[in-house]
Design a protein around this ligand. Structure first.
Ligand code: GLN
Length: 547
């Protein structure tokens, strides 16, 4: 039997942050998958937090939750959307998590009295994290190194990936470096100097890139490519021009045109002809994106709206549902704290739908509760995600079920009606060392409900990240007042999904369905919202006509 060799691609970035390393890595993942290779991806993050779970969304954007309950970097969301495989908590490793395990080993005496050092102990741990993904089911591991070469905290990661090539063999590793080629107006030229400097920095750490991907506003001309090839010692075909794309999902096709995957396969010695990429399905997605032209305006009412990355997967899910229905989605960012004023001025009525996304802490919640009530009364399509479901339940309890002062324990520990509360389940989570219900949980859907029909399945699995639940003690009263609990945990204790009869779409879920939506497979709950929003946008909302 021939040994199964897993190939490794390392993606580093230089010159500037936010060049789209995550998208480039993901797009490459899609191209390799389209060649029939089994791909997985990983992000190494040089910051010291053990995971991004505790970082303020204003700082770091959304926390992406994996099926196994990992709280990970938002780039993993791009990876999953592009390569369409479910990743796990091991797919993201931070300096903090690496040091935690090194220190735990040290405390256990595993290092047999040695002095514990960055090299080899920390670098070995980093390599172990990379190796962990290289299973028999995988052909290629793409590892993105967060940060920019030249950062102080990136050094152990560069050292680890440098050693890695020697460990697993030259032909099994490919280094890709992403840089910026700026255009300087007065001289009317694209400038290669930042790329040269960045590659010099990388080489000073012992890594010679095999491929350089250059971000630029305009395509790189042959002269510029030749110059970079000469200066940085990479083949001219390995200088890849990555121009700003019209939409995210077109990036794999643009990189394919530049031959990125051919170069990678050459370097990793994959057989060429057998592995021509089959991009038919992906091309259809991109065509759908480009053809979507039915205008629809959806408001996201949240507390981190000044930093849209905090809701990255929600936005992408809305866009996916849009492509599926031919809708061009315009997002309106609405600060939850401003909702009451906006409602007084009737400013929200121009929307076609609203999303109440997840969140933590009290700020803005009264605005969200008001928005949920206004959407309910005005037949505005509304989808509540996690905290979104909770504020919908609070609105319903206060204003329909007559439970005055109803609230969540998170926002008002004195509330006379704690309709959202901590449950025994949460105590179990804490006993197991966690603080939240995290990862995949099943929901049984009630026959004949909107949600049941949308999913078309009896039991569905969605990812969770929350502490509080709909309080079972109030469930009967809420249901008697007309709230439909369309999805519950299989033991029927926890409410997972809610909806209302006679409303175009007032649906809430305790889960985060946005993590499962894919460009080629829009999520059913977002499709529900989007079709109701389109009906409203196009004047076909039967409830409004009847008014
Ligand atoms: N803060 C709420 C809870 O902990 C909702 C969390 C969320 O929206 N992810 O239950």
């Amino acid at each position: 039997m021939v040994d199964h060799t897993v190939k490794h691609i390392f993606v580093t970035g230089g010159v500037s942050s936010s060049l789209g390393k995550g998208i480039t890595a993901s797009a490459l993942g899609r191209l390799l998958k389209a060649r029939g290779l089994r791909v997985t991806m990983q992000k190494l993050d040089p910051y010291i937090n053990v995971d991004p779970g505790t970082i303020n969304p204003f700082e770091h954007g959304e926390v992406f939750v994996t099926e196994d309950g990992g709280e990970t970097d938002l780039d993993l969301g791009h990876y999953e959307r592009f390569i369409d495989v479910s990743l796990h908590r091991d797919s993201n490793a931070t300096t903090g998590s690496i040091y935690s395990s090194v220190i735990a080993h040290e405390r256990r005496g595993d290092f047999l009295g040695k002095t514990v050092q960055v090299i080899p102990h920390v670098t070995n741990e980093i390599k172990e994290r990379i190796r962990r993904l290289a299973t028999d089911e995988i052909d290629v591991v793409i590892t993105e190194v967060g940060g920019t070469v030249g950062d102080i905290e990136i050094l152990p990661f560069l050292e680890a990936i440098r050693q890695f090539r020697n460990d697993v063999g030259r032909d099994n590793v490919c280094y890709i470096h992403l840089t910026l080629v700026p255009y300087i107006g007065p001289s009317a030229e694209q400038k290669t100097k930042p790329t040269q400097h960045s590659v010099t920095e990388l080489r000073s750490r012992g890594i010679q890139p095999d491929i350089i991907v250059c971000r630029s506003a305009e395509p790189l001309g042959p002269d510029i490519k030749r110059k970079i090839s000469n200066q940085c010692d990479v083949a001219i075909d390995a200088v890849i021009s990555a121009v700003d794309a019209s939409n995210l999902y077109a990036v794999p096709l643009a990189l394919r045109d530049e031959g990125l995957d051919d170069e990678v396969c050459k370097i990793l010695r994959f057989d060429q002809p057998e592995h021509e990429p089959d991009l038919e399905a992906w091309t259809r997605v991109v065509e759908r994106v480009e053809a979507a032209d039915r205008p629809v305006k959806v408001g996201i009412i949240g507390k981190y709206v000044a930093y849209p990355d905090a809701y990255l997967s929600v936005v992408e899910s809305l866009r996916h549902a849009g492509f599926a229905l031919g809708a061009k989605v315009e997002i309106e960012w609405i600060e939850a704290e401003e909702v009451t004023g906006l409602l007084a001025n009737d400013r929200l009525s121009q929307l076609d739908g609203v999303v109440l996304p997840g969140g933590f802490g009290e700020r803005g919640t009264e605005g969200k509760i008001a928005a949920a009530g206004w959407a309910r009364e005005n037949f505005m399509p509304c989808l509540g995600l996690c905290l979104g479901l909770q504020v919908m339940v609070i609105d319903f309890a206060r204003n329909v079920a007559g439970l005055e002062g109803a609230n969540s324990r998170e926002f008002d520990a004195e509330s006379p009606h704690m309709v959202i509360d901590l449950m025994d389940e949460q105590r179990e989570v804490v006993e197991k060392g966690g603080t939240m219900r995290l990862g995949l949980y099943p929901a049984r859907l009630r026959d004949g409900t909107r949600v049941g029909k949308a999913y078309g399945e009896e039991v569905v699995y969605e990812r969770h990240r929350h502490r509080y639940e709909v309080n079972p003690r109030y469930r009967r009263r809420l249901e008697e007042a007309g709230l439909i609990c369309s999805g519950t945990s299989p033991d029927d204790r926890l409410v997972e999904m809610i909806e209302l009869d006679g409303h175009p779409c007032w649906i809430g879920t305790q889960a985060h369905p946005e993590f499962k939506s894919r460009p080629e497979r829009a999520h059913p709950l977002f499709v529900e919202l989007m079709s109701a929003a389109l009906e409203r946008a196009e004047g076909r909302n039967p409830h409004l006509i009847a008014l």
